[in-house]
Design a protein around this ligand. Structure first.
Ligand code: ADP
Ligand code: ASP
Ligand code: MG
Length: 731
């Protein structure tokens, strides 16, 4: 697999910037092959044009300064003989430039910069080859260009090909250029020809933004753009991307990443065939030739955020926006010459002198009124719950953004064998595929174990680590994650049912690091149980008792069971077959799962409960752990009369049998509360009496609530768990 990295003039403006570029290239080149396309160093092309036009008298000062800049970079990057050789090469290229016809002088900037880059990469030990775009890119002949490039980058023994951007050859062999900003187009041609997995444009801003940041400091990165939308913005003055670069990438289906050389871990913008997801209802505001463009996405809706908007409504929305735009311009004292509505948004012609003021005002009105925070997610676990979560994020992203002002973005995902991390964001639709076929998704998608280590290395502060695994030891990482500034949301019950000191340490780490640690899903899936208990505890309400009927499996079986009907063993087997039990159904009977839940409940209420504080009476009188599964079922069948009798006795009293975990005040107990798990007869007036199917019920009695708080409802299901996790993330 080969990737294309393009560095703009802003990224190679001086030695410091060039060192960053070298670092970025180095990291990538250790993973796979690379074509690096370089622009001239910042300002060089303008200087060459000035030299060619002879603007400076005999152009001497201009050219001396330009040569000096390049030599200065060489002095910083090389030592000894390397320095001499590099300086000599640039000096002689300079002489060539001065001797060249005026209209060819401008083509030398990319030669200077890429020769230096290629030399330095070779000196660092990469198998590097400089390739000559003047011979490979034939102006106006795409097929021939692709053929030549493919041949040129075939050699598998080369790690990095370095090519000058911007310059090309004419069919008759003269040198030419691809237009100002054309290095982006060169890079796209290289990417398409080589079948690259990604085209990364490294520049001085973190992506395509809602406006030009130099004019509108509050501009924000647009995370995802469709090819068409990116091209539209580029054509309308968003000069971060040269519009012609879009087509070759789009035709070859190659995603374009716009990334920031000065902050490589920032997510930037991903441009692909998928619809745009902006940061507001509108994509951006830009200016070109004294026309200001407020642009919406081109998929027929105002943007992908205003889902379900019919085209008639869309036109109405654009008209409304035009009126709003005119009003705010007038409020700024700007009288637009003309305001037009088009299907891509609103256009206003303004005087040059007020262009920047107009951009600022329009941006403020359309992009700064509804702040959107990006919530970055790393998801561990791609089982039923992890999958449901990813799916839910995909489906509810826009709603979430509209309702909460938070934009969800997955930066990493892992199952037990692979992980994928991409700081520019992984679309929910590709996230699960990313795990299956890690190659092909880049940059930064890597296949190894050690997801947590990678998260610790790259995660931005304030990201959320989501544990949807059922790993018994992942909790050891929680503290380190929180210390690194990540929030933790866990649906992994095992992580919370650890010894109390460890539980308390995790809670303390969250507090001390100013992050949240939430795990509502660990008891009763989507039911707001822990939140309700902690609300009481936060406000000094004192728990009198908690009763929890929270085993979905047992609730289902006990609800179905009637003496004389299918035996308990039969029902358990049925539950196992429909995936309702643990892999080993004995675990559902021995109370271990209920034990974890009651520990979590008690601790949330402020009690330092330990396993040893809980008296567990398993559902079956003797442990059958030593048997194989078939023998176990047989033994269970043999206990049928015991079950039947207990049920008959309960029925005679007007009661039903339920598996209840409870905590109640008991001054003689270590924690001041007695905790137990057992089968109990519940009366018709008890909330658990009427439970249906896998339903859960929690009954909390507290000092402030003379009538108990009852929370009852569906206590399981991957979708419910996912919704609970998402709410923990957003809360
Ligand atoms: P490079 O030299 O890397 O090709 P350019 O200078 O051509 O970079 O483009 C980057 C510049 O584009 C940024 O510094 C920024 O000021 C400008 N720009 C204009 N509009 C936008 C926009 N909508 N989003 C991001 N950058 C923009
Ligand atoms: N160096 C050329 C320019 O300044 C090409 C580029 O940077 O893309 O226009
Ligand atoms: Mg450019």
């Amino acid at each position: 697999m080969i990737s294309v990295y393009k560095f703009g003039g802003s990224s190679v403006a001086d030695a410091t910037a060039t060192s960053r570029v070298l670092d970025i290239i180095g990291v990538k080149a250790r993973e796979g092959r690379l074509i690096v396309v370089g622009s001239a160093i910042g300002g060089c092309t303008d200087a060459l044009l000035a030299i060619a036009e002879g603007i400076a008298p005999s152009s001497r000062p201009e050219s001396t300064a330009l040569l000096e800049r390049h030599l200065g970079i060489i002095r910083r990057l090389f030592t000894g003989a390397e320095r001499e050789a590099a300086s000599d090469e640039i000096r002689s290229l300079f002489d060539e430039m001065l001797a060249a016809p005026d209209d060819e002088k401008v083509t030398f900037g990319e030669l200077f910069s890429t020769r230096i880059l290629a030399r330095k990469l070779a000196a660092e030990g990469f198998r590097t080859r400089w390739i000559d775009s003047r011979k490979l890119i034939v102006d106006g002949q795409i097929e021939e260009t692709y053929r030549r490039i493919r041949e040129a980058v075939q050699d598998p023994d080369i790690d990095i090909f370095v090519a000058p951007g911007f310059i090309a050859g004419t069919p008759d062999g003269r040198v030419t250029t691809l237009g100002r900003g054309g290095s982006d187009y060169s890079a796209a041609l290289y990417a398409a020809a080589a079948g690259a997995d990604a085209l990364c444009k490294w520049t001085d801003v973190p992506g395509m933004m809602t406006a030009d940041r130099r004019k509108v400091p509050a501009a924000r990165t647009i995370p995802f753009l469709s090819y068409g939308d990116a091209e539209t913005l580029a054509l309308r003055g968003a000069k971060v991307l040269y519009a012609p670069a879009v087509k070759p990438a789009m035709e070859a289906g190659i995603p374009i990443h716009i990334l920031n050389t000065f902050c490589p871990s920032e997510a930037g913008t991903v441009i692909s065939a998928a619809p745009s997801t902006g940061v507001a209802e509108w994509l951006g505001v830009s200016a070109k030739d004294h026309t200001i463009y407020l642009t919406c996405s081109g998929d027929g809706t105002l943007s992908s955020h205003t889902t379900g908007m019919a085209s008639g409504e869309n036109a109405a929305a654009i008209h409304y926006a035009a009126a709003r735009l005119e009003k705010i311009l007038r409020a700024e004292g700007i009288a637009p010459k003309q305001v037009r509505c088009t299907e891509r948004g609103v256009e206003a012609d303004v005087k040059e002198s007020v262009e920047n003021a107009a951009l600022l005002a329009i941006h403020r009105e359309f992009f700064e009124t509804a702040p959107v925070d990006t919530v970055d997610l790393f998801i561990a676990g791609a089982g039923a719950v992890g999958k449901a979560l990813v799916d839910l994020i995909g489906r509810s992203r826009e709603t979430v953004e509209k309702r909460t002002g938070k934009a969800l973005r997955i930066l990493g995902i892992a199952d037990s064998r692979h992980y994928a991390v991409r700081l520019s964001g992984i679309r929910p639709e590709e996230a699960l595929q990313a795990l299956g076929e890690i190659p092909g998704i880049s940059p930064g998608m890597t296949e190894k174990t050690g997801f947590v280590e990678e998260v610790l290395r790259v995660a931005p502060k304030g990201a959320v680590f989501v544990d949807c695994t059922d790993s018994t030891d992942i909790y050891h990482s929680y503290t380190a994650l929180m210390e690194a500034g990540l929030h933790v949301v866990s649906s992994n019950r095992r992580s919370l049912a650890v010894p109390f000191v460890e539980y308390a340490a995790m809670k303390a780490a969250a507090l001390q690091n100013g992050v949240f640690f939430r795990h509502e899903t660990t008891v009763g899936a989507a039911l707001p149980i822990l939140e309700s208990i902690s609300r009481g505890a936060n406000t000094c309400d004192e728990v009198i008792s908690i009763e929890a009927v929270v085993s979905c499996t047992l609730n289902q079986i006990l609800g179905e069971y009637t003496p004389g009907g299918p035996s308990f063993a039969r029902l358990l087997r049925k539950a196992q077959e429909s995936g309702l039990t643990e892999a080993d159904p004995r675990q559902d009977l021995d109370g271990r799962d209920a034990l974890r839940k009651i520990l979590i409940l008690g601790r949330e209420a402020g009690l330092p409960l330990e396993e040893a504080d809980v008296e567990v009476t398993p559902l079956i009188p003797e442990p059958l752990d030593h048997l194989d599964l078939e023998a176990f079922y047989k033994a269970l069948e043999g206990m049928e009369p015991v079950f039947a009798k207990a049920f008959e006795r309960a029925a005679a009293k007007g009661c039903r049998r339920r598996f209840v975990a409870s905590i109640e005040r008991d001054a003689s107990a270590r924690t001041g509360y007695r905790a137990c798990i057992r089968m109990a007869d519940v009366e018709a007036s008890h909330p658990a009496y009427h439970l249906r199917g896998t339903e859960n019920a929690i009954i909390v009695q507290s000092a402030f609530h003379p009538y108990p708080l009852v929370i009852q409802g569906a206590g399981e299901g991957a979708r419910q768990a996912a919704s609970s996790i998402l709410n923990d993330i957003l809360r």
